[in-house]
Structures are given as structure tokens and as C-alpha cells.
Design a protein. Structure first.
Length: 316
């Protein structure tokens, strides 16, 4: 326990319980799907440029430039293909903005505010392109995207927008390890390490994988309970008609009665005759009229008991 990541036993039990409850539960929003690339997004040989992993989400990826042999490390919460399309769009926006503001001899970000290290690097290689379609066609020949790490969407979303964001920390560790190995082969700059977390936190659409064990639990018949808790509770709070002091048998009282009824006696045990109706009305108490019943309630029993205890003092 002293070397466990949790500081006390309660946290350890809570973690075990969370793991059991969330077993088989996943987020159905942006789940991993099969490749759906068409002719516009596939390579010349008809294969997917992502090796069939284009619709994987919550990943840390690497985009390697074939011309310069440099790599860009990035992260995304959406599908990988969606993120690379955003990169390609930023490349074209830099080219378009640079030509508009600085002419054909533009450089750097070209005055585009949304430029990052990836778009600036590949925009310099695609500066001769005249349209966004030419940029996307050339990027297929220049870029090789691969997935380095993929995390669980629910667990990664818990730490988003914090200093301990899971996917951001994996990306930074990969960039720093590349910096130590060979800084010249990395396209990323220092802003990718020291910038704040930009991951979005969303509501989950929970679903559950139906396993054989879960299917048996859902389809099996529920066994009847043998505890009979309702019957025990009924016996506990019901009256025993065989006890002589359980309830008082009071003579019938009309709703407008204004004097005490002198004919009051304790209840005697039943002897095979039909059930006796017991009048629980108390004279001069101011309660509304109650019809006689065979099974008085606890409140009626207490009121009659208190009235019987006060009878000697009232007679005096």
C-alpha cells in the first residue's frame, strides 16, 4: 500500500469500483470507424494514406515530410483525417494570405493568424500551387501520417483543460524526446511545448459493449426474494388482536357527541366469531368522526390508549 499511487485505502477502493462500473462502457461519439476514403483522398494506387486508420480519434500522430525528412508531432480529439484536412486548409490560407498581402515573395506565415509550425513548413514547399485542390494533391505526395498513441476518450476527457491533460502530456513527451535525439528533424517549435491545453471538454454519449456475461444478466429471469421483507414489516407494525391491552373497544360515538361515553371496556380475545368493529373515536377530543374498523392504526391506538389512561382522573 505504501508504494501505491493512491494515498489511502478509500481512494484505492473507489478506483477499483470505478474500473468495475466503467467496464465495457465507451463513448459512442467519434468512435473508431472503418476507412471511408474515396478517390479524392486516396493515393494514386488507391490505398488509404493513413493505412486504414483515418477514422481514429483521441490520438497523437506524426506527419513526416518526405522532402526534408522532418516530422511534425500533433494531437487531436477528432478523427485523424479531419485534423489533417484542417492542416491542409491552413497551408492554403498561408499561401493565399501571403500572395494577397506581400506578393509572390511572401515568407513565413504570410500574415495568416492561424498559422502553426506545420502549415508554415509545408506552405513553403507548396508555394507554387494556385488552388486548394492543388495543395491537397501535392500534400498527398509530401506527407506520411502515422499514429503514435491512442487513448481512451472518457479518461482523456476527464483531464482536458488542465495542466495534467493526458493527451497533451503524451504529445509534449514525444516532442521533447525528439528534441533530445535530433532537433533538426522536428518541425515543431517551442510553442507546442509551452502553450496551454486547447482540448475541448464535451458531454459523452455513453454506450456499452454487450458481452456474453452482460447478455446473460439482461436475459435471465429474476428470482423471487425469499426474505419477504414486506410481510415482516407488516407484522412488525400491525396489531395483535389476541393481546388484551392492544386496543380498547369503545362504544359507537356519533359525530356530534358532546359528552363522554361511560361504556368503555378493554378488548377481549376473539372466539371464532366474526371480526369486531372497534370504534376509536374519543369524546370531547375535537377529532373528526372516524368510522369503526377492525384494524386500527398506530396513531388511533395511541390516542385511545392515552384516553384510557386518563379515564380515572376524568371520572374524579
Amino acid at each position: 500500500m505504501s508504494y501505491h499511487r493512491f494515498s489511502n485505502l478509500g481512494q484505492k477502493f473507489n478506483s477499483d469500483l470505478t474500473g468495475k462500473v466503467m467496464n465495457g462502457v465507451f463513448d459512442s461519439d467519434l468512435t473508431d470507424m472503418k476507412c471511408n476514403c474515396n478517390k479524392a483522398s486516396t493515393l494514386e494506387d488507391g490505398k488509404c494514406m493513413y493505412d486504414g486508420l483515418c477514422r481514429r480519434s483521441m490520438v497523437v500522430y506524426e506527419c513526416k515530410c518526405i522532402t526534408t525528412n522532418k516530422s511534425y508531432i500533433g494531437k487531436t480529439q477528432c478523427h485523424l483525417k479531419t485534423r489533417t484536412k484542417q492542416h491542409i486548409y491552413d497551408v492554403w490560407k498561408i499561401i493565399e494570405s501571403g500572395r494577397t498581402k506581400f506578393g509572390p515573395n511572401w515568407y513565413g506565415s504570410g500574415g495568416y493568424a492561424g498559422a502553426d509550425a506545420f502549415s508554415k513548413h509545408f506552405a513553403n514547399l507548396c508555394r507554387e500551387c494556385k488552388s486548394s485542390n492543388e495543395v491537397s494533391a501535392k500534400m498527398k505526395m509530401l506527407m506520411i501520417p502515422t499514429i503514435l498513441w491512442q487513448g481512451d476518450r472518457i479518461r482523456c476527457m476527464k483531464s482536458s483543460r488542465t495542466l495534467q491533460c493526458k493527451i497533451c502530456m503524451v504529445e509534449r513527451k514525444e516532442i521533447l524526446s525528439r528534441f533530445r535525439t535530433n532537433r533538426s528533424e522536428v518541425i515543431n517549435d517551442n510553442s507546442d511545448i509551452f502553450s496551454s491545453c486547447k482540448c475541448n471538454s464535451r458531454f459523452h454519449k455513453f454506450s456499452r459493449k454487450v458481452t456474453l456475461t452482460l447478455m446473460k444478466r439482461l436475459t435471465q429471469k429474476k428470482a423471487n426474494s425469499t426474505r419477504h421483507s414486506k410481510q415482516k414489516r407488516k407484522k412488525r407494525f400491525s396489531f395483535s388482536l389476541t393481546s388484551p391491552r392492544t386496543c380498547a373497544q369503545v362504544s359507537p360515538v356519533s359525530p356530534d357527541m358532546s359528552i363522554m361515553s361511560p361504556d368503555i371496556s378493554l378488548m377481549s380475545p376473539p372466539t371464532g366469531r366474526p371480526p369486531t368493529l372497534y370504534d376509536t373515536n374519543i369524546p370531547l377530543a375535537g377529532f373528526p368522526y372516524r368510522s369503526p374498523t377492525t384494524n386500527p392504526t398506530n396513531l388511533e391506538y395511541a390516542q385511545v390508549r392515552q384516553y384510557l389512561d386518563l379515564m380515572p382522573t376524568l371520572e374524579v
